[in-house]
Design a binder for this molecule. Structure first.
Ligand code: PLP
Length: 395
């Protein structure tokens, strides 16, 4: 039966990561994969995670299944981190949620919930969006459309075009928004723009679907949650996909949360469907990552340590942005790189042609994905001048 299958090309980003690992040049630079790295090229484990994990190993008494939707403590603590503990949707008991394997599990769970709730639903994604949104959501057979988002001239958000498209949508339209640190552009919405989007959703009836994979890596936990909190106050229904991969560094433990915000009258019905969908995908959710997050968020000293480690990562990324902008300008490369310090999170685009990107890899061992998206964490004070010189050489 497998004779029908032809070999597919390797995922471009993961293929590049493999090529980087195999590259033996000493000054190689990886600006590709979306994982935080320090100056040594390491992705360290948070101290708070190590402590919570040690506690878990010490105290865990069984490996029996946890509940179908995870551990209530985890779900409510993480939701409180995203929305604020006193958010009305929490106080009013209007959230049906489940622990998921990573943010990707949450995105796919929500896609299935959309499909089973409204066969006519369409999901609108930003142009461009994270490549994996398409298979995770479109894979369940939902139609996907794009709304204007990125302004290539300014590297910011083309908000007028975005809003004017979203103002035309209605109740069958679900709009996927990035909570902060937009992947791949780094162009984020301002608080005033979130306010206008919330007004548009409330007035026109389109349903927000917020993907939050980087809370705390843009400005702060509080500021990065503005869009989620504002939207959830403005609309009767909303979807939320949370990931703990980046902001807890729990990438490989696969821990996330899918939440459906709805009316008090149907929250139990929604939750029953969430359980059935989960049963059909992973049957039972994983326990380990969620237990670590729960321990951190419920222990004040561990939470303080986590917040401060996250602030360090956030400030490292923002410093890297400044250093790279200065180095590119200092090297005399044509263009205004001020946008690098205005964009947020781990990603931004460099305006490079395919040929320049290939030459950077082949001639200078600087690895950038084909779209020109760079992972800012890979550019630090130890290598920004080298990166700038390499880029200058391919202009
Ligand atoms: C925009 C976005 N959403 C969601 C995710 C989910 O990641 P994970 O499944 O590893 O938690 C990512 C990870 O790169 C992402 O960039």
């Amino acid at each position: 039966m497998f004779n029908n299958l032809t070999e597919l090309p390797t995922d471009p980003i993961l293929g590049l990561a493999a090529a980087f690992r195999a590259d033996e040049r000493v000054n190689k630079v990886d600006l590709s994969v979306g994982v935080f790295k320090n100056e040594k090229g390491e992705t360290p484990i948070f101290e708070a995670v190590k402590k919570a994990e040690a506690y878990r190993v010490e105290t865990e008494t069984t490996k029996a299944y946890i509940g179908m939707t995870g551990q209530d403590g985890y779900n409510s603590l993480l939701l409180a981190e995203a929305l604020g503990a006193s958010h009305p949707v929490i106080a009013e008991g209007r959230v049906a949620s489940t622990l998921t394997p990573g943010g990707c599990g949450a995105l796919h769970m929500i896609a299935q919930m959309i499909k089973r709730s409204n066969a006519k639903a369409k999901v609108w994604v930003s142009d461009p969006t994270w490549a994996n949104h398409i298979p995770l959501i479109g894979g369940v057979g939902i139609e996907i459309e794009t709304y204007p988002y990125f302004d290539r001239a300014t590297h910011g958000v083309n908000f007028d075009a975005m809003l004017s498209q979203l103002n035309k949508l209605g109740a069958d339209d679900i709009v996927l928004l990035h909570a902060c640190c937009h992947n791949p552009t780094g162009a984020d919405l301002s608080e005033a723009q979130w306010d206008q989007l919330a007004e548009s959703a409330a007035k026109n009836g389109w349903i927000p679907f917020i993907d939050s994979a980087y809370q705390g890596l843009g400005t702060s936990l509080e500021a990065d949650g503005y869009g989620m909190r504002t939207m959830a106050k403005a609309v009767p229904q909303m979807f939320l996909a949370l990931s703990c991969s980046k902001n807890f560094g729990l990438y490989r433990d696969r821990v996330g949360l899918a939440a459906v915000i709805t009316d008090k009258t149907n929250v139990n019905a929604v939750l029953s469907h969430v359980k059935v969908v989960g049963r059909g995908i992973w049957s039972m959710p994983p326990a380990h990552g969620g237990a670590i997050v729960e321990k951190i968020l419920s222990t004040p000293t561990l939470r303080d340590s986590w917040v401060s480690e996250l602030e360090d990562i956030c400030s490292t990324v923002n410093t890297n942005r400044q250093l790279l902008a200065q180095a590119l300008t200092g090297a005399g490369i044509p263009g205004d790189f001020g946008y690098l310090t205005e964009n947020q999170g781990m990603f931004s685009f460099l305006d490079l042609s395919k040929d320049q990107i290939n030459r950077l890899r082949e001639e200078h061992a600087v690895y950038i994905v084909g779209s020109g998206r760079i992972n800012i964490a890979g550019a630090h004070k130890g290598n920004v001048d080298l990166i700038a010189e390499a880029i200058k050489a391919v202009f």
